[in-house]
Every structure is written in structure tokens, then in C-alpha cells.
Write a protein that binds this ligand. Sequence first.
Ligand code: G3I
Length: 348
Amino acid sequence: MAWFNLRRGSTQRASNDPTGDEAIPPLRVLAARHGLHIGAAVSEKHLREDPGYREILAREFNMVTCENAMKFGPLRPSRETFAFDAADSIVAFAQEHDMAVRGHTLIWHMMLPQWFRNAGLSYDEAIDVIRGHIHTVTRHYAGRLAAWDVVNEAFEDDGSWRETPFLKMLGPDYLSMAFHWAHEGDPHAKLFYNDFSADEINAKSDAIYEVLRELISQGTPVHGVGFQMHVNLENPPRPKSVAKNMKRFADLGLEVQVTEMDVALDVPATKRDLAEEARLYGDIMEACLGTKAFSAFVTWGVTDRYSWIPLQFHGKGAPLLFDDEGRPKPAYFAVREALQKELKTVPT
Ligand code: G3I
């Protein structure tokens, strides 16, 4: 069922379009009117195997993030080898459908290959290996990526440094080193720091703010901050605090992005929870639209079916804009409505 003509650049909805109103363009068209990207995290497997997944992605989004394919482990089966095929296929799809790409992620303590964990690298060896990784990967994608999550999740919730292998090997300077190496590899990509549970004003976002302020004062090429926005209904983010938090980072001269939003619900999801989820998505999008330097809103997946949430949290799921069958949920319409509203106030 061709809901959407996938030919490059075509944004005409077909008459049987599932979002119910042919007159309203896809999210990507509405976002572009705000000069924004709206994106989704993409798995190479599902992109390859599921035509409905591909159709929704190309129809509704103008940005992709590789969910796993550009992480250290998947890219580096061994110290001597790089495995780019999976990520290359996602980048190729994005280029075919006029979509921007976020690289995720050069430095993260998760999904590190065993050879790296077990290598017992000295300081100098760690410099060589990590600089080599960042240079090779950023050069491979240079010119094709809009942004990189250079460092992901370097801080604990209390604002202390996370004891990652990178901190242990290189000390806190690893942040600055990573950003400089990424910029050397791809001078055109916008370089982001990315984290979770830092969406509002709190000890963690305070620590990130101070570190990024210092990096910027030292001339480090850091261009943006990514707020992952992995949230739930039990303890939802307060849009006013999110907006205040985003503003202070924007005031540093940084781009601000929501990079991984999903809202974990108890499943099977009730109509009430789906409505609450929609309200939260719409409120966060509105908070973002009112923030200057806000440039992208990415959900952590395309359809509920393939979300990481049920795998990670038993009894939770239904976190995204499209359900297991690829049908738009109330959250989709809430995001669409927020994008359709003209900006209420000039971005502050
Ligand atoms: O590909 C292998 C497969 O061959 C194997 O059979 C299977 C079972 O062991 O594992 C598969 O790899 C899994 C991979 O996802 C692909 O499905 C890994 O075990 C699993 O750990 C990995 O989980 C990912 C997780 O990051 C850890 O890297 C999730 O998909 C991904 O959604 C999640 O995303 C992170 C962001 O990168 C950073 N922010 C938090 C977010 C959620 O944790």
C-alpha cells in the first residue's frame, strides 16, 4: 500500500494516507517550515526488512540517528578493523530521501568492544586508539553528517563525573580531546554533548552546563547539547523547567536538540495514558519551539514495535508516535498540532 510517493522530494500524501487528513502535510514538512529537523532513531535491520518502517520514516521525518550502528562496538569488531556497512546503509537511505543524519556516538561507556575493554591501554596508547577511532570515523562520514554526539552520558545524576573507561584512561580532559579530534575529522559537522535526565534544571544539567561553559571559554569546538528526553508518566518532565534549562544552554551560544524522546507507558496502554503521552509530547515540542537555537526533535525509534523500552523495562512500551502496526497515535497528532501552530512568541 503506497501511502506515500517515496520519490525524492515528493511530499504529496496519497488519498489513503493513514494520518487521516490529506490536507495536512507530513511532520517533516511542518518542521521544515520552522527551520527544524524532526527525526527518528533507525535500526539497519528494520530499515532493511520492513517496508512499512521505511515508508513512515521517509514520509514523516527529515533526520535520522543510527540507533546502534555508529557506536564504538558495532563499528569496531577488532582493533584493526572498522565495519561501516550497516551505518553506511542508513546514511544512504537518508541521502536518498533528503534527510539529515546525526552521528551517534563517538564516546560512550556502553557497547564498547571487548578488545577495547580488555586492552589495558596506557595513557599514550589510549590517546592513539581513541584519537584514531574518532579521526577514522568522522573522516569516513565527513560532509554527510549534520551532527555528531561526540560524548554521550559523561555525568552521573548528582553531577559527578561518570567513572567511564575514558575518564579512567585520560582524565576529564577526554571531553575536550574528543571534541577537537571530531572537529579535525569533520570540520563541517555540528558537535554535540548528549545526555539523559538532564532535560530540566537539576544537579546533572548544572554540571553539564558548567563543563560546556568552560569548554567553550577554552575554544573547544562544541556546538550543541542534546537532551535525550527518555521519560515516563510517573515522573514527567515539567515543560517550563525544560524551557528554562534549554534557554541557559542556548544563551551559551549552543544549539539545543531533543535527541532521543520516548515516553514509556504501562502496556497494554490505556486510552488515558495514550492521551497523557500525547499531551507530554505536545508540551515538550511547544517548549522547544519557543526556545531559540532549538534545531531538532528526534524520537528514539520509528514505531512502538521496535522500541528498546520493552526489552529494557518489563511491562513498559508504547513510547513513540506510531504504534506497533505503524499507525499514528495521539502523540503523533499532538506533535503535528504543535508544529502547525505558528510560534506563539518570538523565541527567547
Ligand atoms: O545485534 C545484537 C544481536 O546480534 C544479538 O543477537 C542480540 C542479543 O545479544 O544483541 C544485539 O545487540 C543489541 C543491540 O541493542 C541491537 O539490538 C545489544 O545487545 C543491546 O545492548 C543494544 O541495546 C541498545 C542500547 O542503546 C545499548 O547500546 C538499544 O538498542 C538502543 O536503543 C540504546 O540506545 C541508547 C542510546 O544509544 C543512548 N541513550 C540511551 C539509549 C537507550 O538505552
